[in-house]
Design a protein around this ligand. Structure first.
Ligand code: XUL
Ligand code: CO
Length: 437
């Protein structure tokens, strides 16, 4: 294993809850079996290239602070290629098996598309070598359709057809590179696919353009035989005032309306759920109910700050809730837990990247163990099942199977009289969950 970029830092080991070593896992133990599956296979942890390698930690009030000694700050292909090895050394030392990238995180944008594509190919050569040497895999790739000034009014929803065309060409290349690197998925996050004001916006036309774009992507994927899963990532606002993929329900509606449902699953991000006024638990249940829970961008927001702070997840209630959904739905197939998260601007040293990822992985390990214990205990699941038991037989079963209509319900109720209900027992259930935390 290379020791060039983080020479002071050893490979992070599991030392158990009693360890006082901050550079160790207290709960995440990759090969430990929980509920019949190794921890690492439950989570499929991934590292986000854009935050870990490319985020200088600027905020709206001040410039970058991050110390990244391997990065000479230039836009050269050589610098981009060196970064690949820093990223892979970091992931190896953390024991993270997957990564995710945007085309423009890994390679520079070089003036024209041909040159940018050549730079991307040159960095992809290096990524391929690093993948082969380390066994680390690509969870998903994506294209940055929001940073360059051409995308100032969107990409697929830009009012300018030439911008749409440029975005299509860029995504074609990003899918090619993802395919070449054996990517298990490809994510569409509509960075500026929305509007700043309705005064200048033809909303219906923009939505149709977005659907055309995704259909083109599906056609291309099928043409080249890329078998990775496509994801769409909801987010309600920021940078736009309103983004069309505003939450899980809006995405599902859009996909169904445009005949795309079978081709895309959802990549849900915790901080985006918060911005949409939902809990992550809610978003995951919505996706799971539609059989569209694909992958997760694991982070958290600061509820006292109104923007996407992309912090590392450390809240055990959050990770427990997320793992309850994942365990109940059978877990990830193509997806995983991608730490779409950045260290604070104050945490500018390279070692902080380790503390952050260790904390996130340990928080999920605890969430997994707690969620598994809750499910094995069975009282919670039994309560929820029991609450709906009136639909298991009699009139309830007839309602679910579609055998009865309003006239039957009228006849039934005239005979049955006033229904009885029992308490929802919220407080009892809150106490039950706390037994395991
Ligand atoms: C932005 C965000 C993106 C996507 C990938 O808020 O989450 O990084 O995950 O484009
Ligand atoms: Co994200």
């Amino acid at each position: 294993m290379s020791d060039e970029f983080f020479p002071q830092i050893p490979k992070i080991q599991y030392e158990g809850p009693g360890s006082k070593n901050p550079l160790s896992f207290k709960h995440y133990n990759a090969d430990e079996m929980v509920g019949g599956k190794a921890m690492k296979d439950h989570f499929r942890f991934a590292c986000a290239y854009w935050h870990t390698m490319r985020n200088g930690l600027a905020d709206p009030f001040g410039g970058p602070t991050a110390q990244r000694p391997w990065d000479d700050g230039s836009n050269s292909v050589e610098n981009a290629q060196r970064r690949v090895w820093a990223m892979f050394e970091f992931m190896q030392k953390c024991g993270i098996g997957y990564y995710c990238f945007h085309d423009r995180d890994v390679a520079p944008e070089c003036g024209d598309l041909e040159k940018s594509n050549a730079a991307l190919d040159a960095v992809a050569d290096e990524l391929e070598k690093a993948q082969n040497e380390t066994g680390i895999k690509l969870l998903w790739g994506t294209a940055c359709l929001f940073a360059h000034e051409r995308y100032n009014q969107g990409a697929a929803t830009s009012p300018y057809a030439d911008v749409f065309a440029y975005a299509g060409a860029q995504v074609k290349k990003a899918i090619d590179v993802t395919h070449r690197l054996g990517g298990q998925g490809y994510t569409f996050w509509g960075g500026r696919e929305g509007y700043a004001t309705l005064l200048n916006t033809d909303l219906g036309r923009e939505l149709n353009h977005l659907a055309r774009f995704l259909h083109m992507a599906v056609d291309y994927k099928q043409k080249i035989g890329f078998e990775g899963q496509f994801y769409i990532e909801p987010k309600p606002r920021e940078p736009s005032t309103h983004q069309y993929d505003s939450d899980a329900a809006a995405c599902l509606n859009f996909l169904r309306e445009h005949g795309l449902k079978e081709h895309l699953k959802l990549n849900l991000e915790t901080n985006h759920a918060t911005l949409a006024g939902h809990s992550m638990w809610h978003e995951m249940e919505v996706a799971a109910a539609a059989d569209a829970l694909g992958s997760v961008d694991a982070n958290t927001g600061d509820e006292l700050i109104g923007w996407d702070t992309d912090q590392f997840p450390t809240d055990i209630y959050l990770t427990t809730q997320m793992m309850l959904v994942l365990l109940r739905t059978g877990g990830f197939t193509t997806g995983g837990l991608n730490f779409d998260a950045k260290v604070r601007r104050e945490s500018f040293e390279p070692v902080d990247l380790f503390h952050a990822h260790i904390g996130g992985m340990d928080a999920f390990a605890r969430g997994l163990k707690i969620a598994n214990a809750i499910l094995e205990d069975g009282r919670w699941e039994t309560f929820r099942k029991q609450r709906y038991a009136s639909y298991d037989s009699g009139i309830g079963a007839q309602i679910e199977s579609g055998e009865v209509g309003f006239e039957d319900l009228e006849a039934y109720t005239l005979q049955n009289g006033e229904p009885t209900t029992v308490s929802g027992r919220q407080e009892m259930l809150e106490n039950l969950i706390n037994e395991f935390i």
